[in-house]
Ligand binder design. Sequence first.
Ligand SMILES: Cc1cc2nc3c(=O)[nH]c(=O)nc-3n(C[C@H](O)[C@H](O)[C@H](O)COP(=O)(O)OP(=O)(O)OC[C@H]3O[C@@H](n4cnc5c(N)ncnc54)[C@H](O)[C@@H]3O)c2cc1C
Length: 828
Amino acid sequence: MKTHVKALVVGGGAVGTSIAYHLGKAGWDTMLLERDELTSGSTWHAAGLLPYFNMSFATTHIHDYSIKFYKELEAETGLNAGFSVCGNLRMARTQERMDEYALYSSTAETVGVPHEWITPAQIKERWPLIRTDDLKGAIYHNTDGYINPADVTMAMAKGARQHGVTIERKWQVDGYEWTGSEWRVTVTKMVEKGGNLVASDEQTVITAEHVVTATGNHAQRTAELLKIKIPAIPVEHQFIVMDQDPALVEFRKTNPEHPVIRDADAQSYVREERGGWILGVYEKNAPARFEYGVPDSFRADLFQLDLERIEQQYMEMIHRIPSCETCGLKDDFNGPICYTPDGNPLVGPAPGLRNMWLAEGFSFGITAAGGTGYYLAQMMVEGEAEIDMASLDPKRYGSWMTTEFAARKNEECYDHVYILHHPDEERPAARPLRTSPAYDRQAARGAQFGWVNGWERPNYYAPEGFSDHDSRSFRRGGWWQYAVEEAKAIREGVGLVDATAFTKHIVKGAGAAAFLDWFTTNKLPRVGRINLTYALTDAGTTRTEYTIVRLAEDEFYLVSAGAWTAYDADYLRKAIEDKEPEFGRIECQDVTTQWGVFAIAGPKSRDVLNAVIKDRDPATALSNKRFPWLSAKQIELGMCPVNAIRVAYTGELGWELHHPIEMQNYLFDLLEKAGEPHGMKLVGGRAQNWLRMEKSYRAFGTELGRDATPLEADLPRFVDLGKEFRGKASMEALGIRSKCVTLLIDGPDDADPWGREALYSGDTKVGRLTSGGYSVAFGKSIGMGYVSPDLAEVGTKLQVRMQRKLWDAMVVEDSPYDPKNATIRKDG
Ligand SMILES: Cc1cc2nc3c(=O)[nH]c(=O)nc-3n(C[C@H](O)[C@H](O)[C@H](O)COP(=O)(O)OP(=O)(O)OC[C@H]3O[C@@H](n4cnc5c(N)ncnc54)[C@H](O)[C@@H]3O)c2cc1C
């Protein structure tokens, strides 16, 4: 066996095999290790469905690649993987479900996924066995279908070997050690003993520059070996195979195969199988399994069928396809299907480790394998993938994550596969978990909380008795009017937003200034001042947005998005480690949970603070002279020491009040009382998100990410081309491929865009929205997005597809509300 390779892939399921294939194809010397036989994990018992349908932009790209790639595999390898391109028919029983499909259609359209709309009458005409009298319609993909999971894996394995990949079976990875330049991987020969697979005494060490783990249900053991956390835990998943249906056999004499029939409102899918049907379900109460590892005795095994749990879906199937009522049960499958708390797999660099890549937590792993191999290989070989993979990054869960959290959230995620995926959805399991001290006070005042990286953050405030759950919609939800009132409060009076979830780092030491100057794009601020700046990937795209406060010559306070604490910390720490020898001593501390943050904003915000500030001259303490815009100061509000920063993400006169977390309730009460005479309103994240769009403030994760440079985001004022910084040459080499614009939209009366809609110029698709919402300043919908540079001119007329119609939109100047920043700079 080879003992040194460039890349070692651990796990010979569909995912690992595809990664090995793509690394081999890219020319890397690659070895794949599998502890048992290829496909002996979840891959062997998958139903093989390859549905396009997915609400995420990155995942839709991944599925799109897989479907196209699998169609070409036979020509390359000579192996037929049994791809039945029968399509997927996704039916809707309600208008809400049709609205969901319309929103999905936006994402599909921006990726270029072909799909069509189909009426109940058309369904009946083409597939008369399907009952349609209670349907509103359906969305139909005719280019996807299903495949044989084992065969497609074997075809990829053959292709991998053709590209020079070595595949070794019956070798289990039992230890990882990083030497500083490569991984020493201890592997044990596995042998058959009495039907079990057991470790032999034979061990060896393989050294590899890069390791990828794709260990499926064994992710918890992998986590233990690597001493990291991986929230990938399987849940039971069942499908049943039924005997022949005579009506189906008759139908098929003169007709092609049925598409995969998805009855989303009945949480199930049905497909043909040798004249009978397969029924697969996403039922309630499916339990998590293997929280603490897969038992040695579990190989390519299954759990016992729990028919009672799927009785309702079974009855619904009979309702939908009445001819199947008399068909007997032929076979059943109840296997472990890996999940993650949000349903997206974990793909990318492992937290805290070098050259260690994870590809874990796949619940649609057959569908995703091809694309995952392609994009992960791009990340490893070229440094970045052509799409932003951040939404799949393993570091989207921080060190606060536990096994119990992952297991309960994964069960919820499974249970939610077929719920209505409202864009304003908030899932209830494992909540509340991370709460700031003011949580109870906010809840008592009607806060409806959203989930951000485990934190509870008010989305908006509503009167007693209001149900957030019932208010959700694909159009303007019942909460919309409250967000409007909150946004108006900030524009016209004063509002208080809880921004405690912000990620906060202190970077200090003799090398800190030189390091940050290299690490970020903007000039560093002077002591007491702040700057908005970007850390780039080596490919020149945006890795993180920071507000940097210079506390002292060699001490900096870095504030970044709350959703990305571990993601930001990892990149920052690794860069510091690399650069300390060059720049000198640099200390880095994550202080996220030590500091609470309230953002007070609005024309009356200074009046509120003036009433509680303790200063030798309170009347001038917050004046432009003593506290100019874009500066930071330590002030005292009553008895609370506050690091105040004069910025407002809402673009109104305002301050961020960073305070010791243990004094948060004191400060909350103080501000609430001081705000009373000025009508101060508590404001949630949704209104804040709308307001920042009126100021064209780009948000990380939407406008800002690893698929665009800050220059493409049209932020040249935060990029100092006069200095050298990480990613600069690559950024310049990329040029301006597309440009970020703000649009005002004459949309429907009852809906705003959500930030995933396609943009059109005439009949041509020219870009996509990345954010969307409502503007109180302009009384219409607003959005931000990317278009080709020639269409980024102010006044360009475009159209946005919403609710399956095109609506007029116009590119407006950057910061259409208060473009000169007069209100932010207002003196007083
Ligand atoms: C009943 C059922 C139906 C499903 N239907 C579908 C479907 O229709 N469509 C779809 O897309 N998905 C479906 N899935 C999900 C799909 O099966 C998985 O997402 C997919 O198989 C995951 O592939 P993988 O390569 O990540 O993991 P696996 O196939 O589990 O492979 C992981 C491999 O890693 C090996 N391994 C683990 N640890 C080590 C180690 N230390 N050293 C060496 N080797 C190791 C294991 O032996 C295993 O072979 C279904 C799942 C179930 C349970």
